[in-house]
Each structure stands twice: as C-alpha cells, then as structure tokens.
Design a protein around this ligand. Structure first.
Ligand code: FES
Length: 344
C-alpha cells in the first residue's frame, strides 16, 4: 500500500516497529530509528544483514549481491541493506544483542566540497562541509553519493570511511582511491571545490573502543582512512600521554606511501608510537625498508607485545582475512579485542 506521507511501518517480531521512508532500505530505516539491526558493510557484500520477509512486498537494489548465496536465495533470505520496502512490512530482522552505545543514528544530508588534496598518485583526500555537526565515532564510515550517476542507490553511492574526527563545524574528510572504471570513485576523485555531495551516515561497528588497552592499527591500501581516524581518536583522549600505538601499514610501491604523514601528526600526543611500513612490490632501487604484506609484518612483530591490545584492521578483504585468521587461530586473541568491518 502506497501512502501519501510515503512512510511505511516495519514490524520486527520481538522488537518494536519503526517507520521506513519510501525508497529507504530496510537496514538504514532500522538504524535511523535506533533499532539495533546486525550489519557490517551496508553495501551488499558481507551477508551479515540477511533476513526473511514474513509479510509484505519489497524491491531489491542488487539482483545478485555478493553477500547472498544461491542457497540463501533458495531459503528466501534477503539482505536488509539491499531491500527497499514497497509498503508495510513484517520482517525477521537479525538484531545485534551487543549493540554498542554511543552510535549516532545515521541521517541523510548534503555538503559542499571545500578542499581536494592529492595524497598519492591515486589517492585523494576530499573535505566536505555540512551545515550540521559531524557526529561519528573514529573508524566509522558514511555513504557518499553524487547526482548524475546512472542507476539507483547501489550504483550512485559508495561507502567511504572518515579519516578525521567528529567536530561541531560539520567537516567530513575522506580518502578516496581512484578505481579504474569506478562510476562513483572516478567521479569523487574528480570533484572540485564547490561540488555538492550527498552523505548518509554514520555507519560501522569497527570504531575506537572505550577501553584502557593500548592499540594496534593494521591498514592496507585504501583502509588507511579509518585507521588514521582511530589513531587520531586515541591521540585526543584525556589519557593519550599514557597510551601506546603500533601502526602497521601495507602498500604496493613507493608511490603509495602517505601513511607516515598521519602517524607523525599524532605521535607527539602519545607515550609511544611504532610505525611499521611494508611494501609488496617496491622497486629495488627506491625502497630499502621491509618488503611483503602487512599481515607478514604483524606476524614478524609477534604476539608477545601485542596480544593484550585492541587491534583495528581495515583494508582489502584478503588482507583482513589473513590478519584475523592469524589473530584468532594462532595468537588466540579474544574476539572482543579485534575490530573490523568486512567489505567485499
Ligand atoms: Fe548487508 Fe553487509 S550489511 S551485506
């Protein structure tokens, strides 16, 4: 049933019902209402938000998202982040019983690009200013959308992590990698001052935790932005001068290097900072530092000093998988100390 107010009622057995604006996804509507729906990527890749429609009609943003297997489809499962209710709905939405406190509810708003700064040959820092405070936790991400890109929301927006910290001035900073043929990333990296950008956020669970543990950041490729935000978040804590940070960064070649700038920026605020940078395909003549992959650098550091830390991970899925497998299976780190959002 379509209503004039273009809002539908979604009922979740065992939880309160919530409104869903026409065109919004089931997941985003739940999070906007404060319903602790389980999710990670908000982009159709991880499969965490699988659910079943009990009653009602829906449309999907992607026909065959990576997060849904053929078996899932045969069982009638769908992804809440890729499902748009077409009327009132009853859904067996998966809830997260350990929903963390302190998350701002995601909202949609627009902002203006105020600065574009090249960081490397294919990585650009974009600064966007909005007319409301930037409210998010270090390590979270937002959906960045542009007008004029063909297709629905699955094609016109992408998830990018903020590299800065929450602030009352409404400043959001992203590090965007130019992807060949990327409909959105190609446009985002080509933005100039004054361009209007649509934001929807914040999202993400792999944010800086409120614990006394020292931290380890493990970043690969475009996973640098959330790790920079987490490190910056640690550096402004009241007890920062007693906290230690170990920052591992893995890139391909010398032309990918920029992480050192951000780690240097915060190192004076912390008691101890170790920066380990490793390159997997550096030219022999250009680089005399360690070679290989970031999970190998972490393995070489060993668990003796790191096993009692909070460990944050962001980067390509194979890197994240390799690091998490080692931490859990070999180092036996408790899962509550390991923080990452899966993107595919
Ligand atoms: Fe829906 Fe990842 S949150 S697939």
């Amino acid at each position: 049933m379509t209503r004039r107010d273009e809002t539908y009622a979604v009922s979740v057995p065992g939880a309160s019902s919530f409104p869903c604006s026409q065109g919004d996804t089931l997941l985003r509507a739940a999070l906007r209402a404060g319903v602790p729906a389980a999710y990670e990527c908000n982009s159709g890749g991880c499969g965490t938000c699988k659910f079943v429609v009990e009653d009602g009609e829906v449309a999907v943003l992607q026909e065959e998202p990576a997060g849904l297997t053929a078996r899932d489809r045969r069982k009638g499962k769908q992804l809440a982040c890729q499902t748009v209710p077409l009327g009132d709905l009853t859904a067996q939405l998966l809830l997260n019983p350990q929903w963390p406190s302190g998350h701002a509810r995601p909202r949609r708003f627009s902002g203006e690009v105020t600065a574009v700064r090249p960081l490397t040959h294919d990585l650009v820092e974009i600064t966007i200013v909005t007319d409301r405070p930037a409210d998010f936790l270090p390590g979270q991400f937002a959906m960045v959308g542009l007008d004029g890109v063909a297709g629905g929301p699955a094609h016109t927006e992408r998830a990018y992590s903020m590299s800065n910290l929450a602030n009352p001035e409404g400043i959001w900073q992203f590090q965007v990698k130019r992807v060949p043929d990327g409909a959105v990333s190609g446009r985002v990296t080509g933005l100039t001052r004054g361009a209007v950008v649509h934001l929807d956020g914040p999202y993400g669970n792999a944010h800086l935790q409120d614990t006394d543990r020292d931290i380890v950041c493990v970043a690969g490729g475009s996973g640098l932005a959330p790790m920079v935000s987490v490190a910056r978040g640690l550096a402004v804590r009241p007890d920062a001068s007693r906290r230690r940070l170990d920052f591992f960064y893995g890139g391909r070649a010398c032309r990918d290097r920029c992480a050192q700038e951000f780690v240097a920026e915060i190192s004076g605020a912390l008691s101890q900072v170790r920066f380990v940078e490793v390159l997997s395909a550096a030219d022999e003549d250009d680089w005399d530092g360690p070679r290989g992959y970031v999970h190998e650098a972490l393995a070489a550091a060993g668990p003796a000093e790191l096993a009692d830390r909070d460990i944050y991970i962001a980067g390509p899925p194979p890197m994240t998988d390799a690091v998490v497998r080692m931490l859990v299976l070999e180092w036996r780190i408790p899962v509550e100390q390991i923080h990452y959002d899966r993107f595919f």
